[in-house]
Design a protein around this ligand. Structure first.
Ligand code: HPA
Length: 274
C-alpha cells in the first residue's frame, strides 16, 4: 500500500504530464457559491477531479469539482473549483490533499475563499473579511500521525498563519479600488448544521468575527509546508442578535454570488501584486 506522501506525489506526477510543463505561481481555492470567478480565468487545462489519480471526489452539489490551470490577470494560476469539507465525511488528510498537491506543483502563494456566517455586529450580508487569525474548533487536525519531515516541521508555528505581506498587498488593493473589506478572525466548525443562537453568541465572546466550515485545515497544511497563505470570507448570513434568522442554502449562495464582483477585484488585484 502506498503512503500518503506517495499518493500525493503520484497525483502530482500525473498532473504534470497532463499540463505539459505549465507552471502555476498561485493556487486559488474557490469557496461555496464563489466558483463563478472561474469565468474570468483564461483556462488552459481543465481537469475534473475524477480524472486525477488519488484525488478525492466532491460530494456537494454547489461545488463542481475540477482543477483549473490557466491565467488570471496575467498570472499563472491553479484553481480548485470545489473543495473538500470535513462534513462530507472525509478525514482531514483527504480534505487537505489538494493543498499538498498544489504546493508540490510549485505554487508560491495560496489564496483561499469561503462562505461564512457574520458574527461581528458591524458586518453585513455579502461583505468581505480578510482573515488575520483563526480559532480552530474542529475535532481533527490534518497534521496528526507521521510527520513528513521533507514537507514541514512536527510543530509548525502559528504566530502568523495568514501571511502579513499578502495582507499588506491586499490592503493596497482595497485602498486603490476603494473596496469595502473588513479584517478579522475566522472560527472553524465542522457543520453541517449551522449554529444555535447560544453557539453564535459564544463564538462572538471567544473572539470570532465570522464562522465557517472550511479553510482552517487547508491553512494549517499550507503553514506546515511553508506556503504563504491569504484567505477571505464572504459573509453569507448574519448571526448576531437582532439580525439572526433561519437561513436557506439558496440565500447563502445568492449572498455569496452578490459578493463576487468585489471578491474578484480583491483577488485579481492581489494576484497582480504577488
Ligand atoms: N455557520 C457556519 N458556517 C457557515 C455559516 C454559518 O452561519 N454561513 C456560511 N457558512
Amino acid at each position: 500500500m502506498s503512503s500518503y506522501k506517495e499518493k500525493v506525489e503520484g497525483c502530482v506526477q500525473q498532473i504534470q504530464t497532463l499540463i505539459d510543463g505549465f507552471q502555476p505561481e498561485v493556487g486559488i481555492v474557490l469557496g461555496t457559491g464563489l466558483g463563478g470567478l472561474v469565468d474570468e480565468f483564461d483556462i488552459k487545462y481543465d481537469l475534473p477531479y475524477e480524472k486525477l489519480t488519488n484525488f478525492p471526489l466532491s460530494t456537494v452539489e454547489s461545488h463542481k469539482g475540477r482543477l483549473i490551470f490557466g491565467y488570471f490577470k496575467g498570472r499563472k494560476i491553479v484553481a480548485m473549483q470545489g473543495r473538500f469539507h470535513y462534513y462530507e465525511g472525509y478525514d482531514m488528510k483527504t480534505v487537505t490533499f489538494p493543498i499538498r498537491v498544489m504546493k508540490l506543483l510549485g505554487i508560491k502563494a495560496l489564496v483561499i475563499s469561503n462562505a461564512a456566517g457574520g458574527i461581528n455586529p458591524s458586518f453585513n450580508k455579502s461583505d468581505l473579511m480578510i482573515l488575520n487569525d483563526h480559532i480552530n474548533l474542529m475535532p481533527e487536525n490534518p497534521l496528526t500521525g507521521h510527520n513528513e519531515a521533507d514537507w514541514g516541521d512536527r510543530f509548525p508555528d502559528m504566530f502568523e498563519p495568514y501571511d502579513p505581506k499578502l495582507r499588506e498587498l491586499a490592503q493596497e488593493v482595497i485602498k486603490e479600488q476603494q473596496l469595502p473589506v473588513h479584517e478579522g478572525v475566522y472560527a472553524s466548525v465542522t457543520g453541517p448544521n449551522l449554529e444555535t443562537k447560544a453557539e453564535y453568541k459564544y463564538l462572538g465572546i471567544i473572539g470570532a468575527d465570522v464562522v465557517g466550515m472550511s479553510t482552517v485545515p487547508e491553512v494549517i497544511v499550507a503553514v506546515h509546508m511553508n506556503l504563504p497563505v491569504f484567505a477571505v470570507s464572504v459573509v453569507t448570513d448574519l448571526c448576531y442578535e437582532g439580525a439572526l434568522k433561519p437561513v436557506e442554502l439558496a440565500e447563502i449562495l445568492e449572498n455569496a454570488k452578490n459578493a463576487e464582483p468585489h471578491l474578484s477585484k480583491l483577488i485579481g488585484g492581489l494576484i497582480q501584486k504577488v
